[in-house]
Design a protein around this ligand. Structure first.
Ligand code: CDP
Ligand code: MG
Length: 144
């Protein structure tokens, strides 16, 4: 296994329900480290670009409304097998189908309001990290 980085977003419902610490606790207990983080409110064009892959899906407009409805916390997580590990900790897209103990099963309200985003592959992770962060924003935490 190799050291990877992946993009995580705590979505507006996670922020408004004050679950930042709880969600990051899941990541930290599983051995992932936060190496960059920023709270911000996404603009509509930005949210549309971030989710461009879904632009023709029926849920697209509603997803953009939701993602721009309040601040989000965008983060870069680092660790062994970070992309897959983050997806595993998040659980399935639909909280009702997510495994017990996962973030979405624990706190997600619906298939849309499912609390967290996570990159789905190493290639997507690179693109998504670059979407929000420059090299200068990402801290090296591998040194003691
Ligand atoms: O986030 P994930 O990669 O698990 O799912 P996705 O298929 O890439 O969809 C992106 C986001 O769109 C989801 O996290 C949901 O917030 C939303 N979505 C939705 O509202 N309704 C669906 N049927 C599927 C996804
Ligand atoms: Mg996805």
């Amino acid at each position: 296994m190799t050291l990877e980085r992946t993009l995580s977003i705590i979505k507006p419902d996670g922020i408004s329900r004050n679950l930042i610490g709880a969600v990051i606790g899941h990541f930290e207990r599983a051995g992932l480290r936060v190496v960059a983080a920023r709270m911000r409110r996404l603009g509509r064009p930005e949210a549309e670009r971030f989710y461009a892959v879904h632009h023709s899906r029926p849920f697209f407009a509603s997803l953009v409304d939701y993602m721009t409805s309040g601040p989000v916390l965008v983060q870069v997580l680092e660790g062994e097998d970070a992309v897959r590990k983050n997806r595993e900790l998040m659980g399935a897209t639909d909280p009702a189908r997510a495994a017990p103990g996962t973030i979405r099963r624990e706190w997600g309200e619906s298939i849309e309001r499912n609390l967290v985003h996570g990159s789905d592959s190493l290639e997507t992770a690179r693109e998504e990290i670059h979407f929000f962060f420059g090299a200068i924003d990402v801290c090296d935490r591998t040194d003691p």
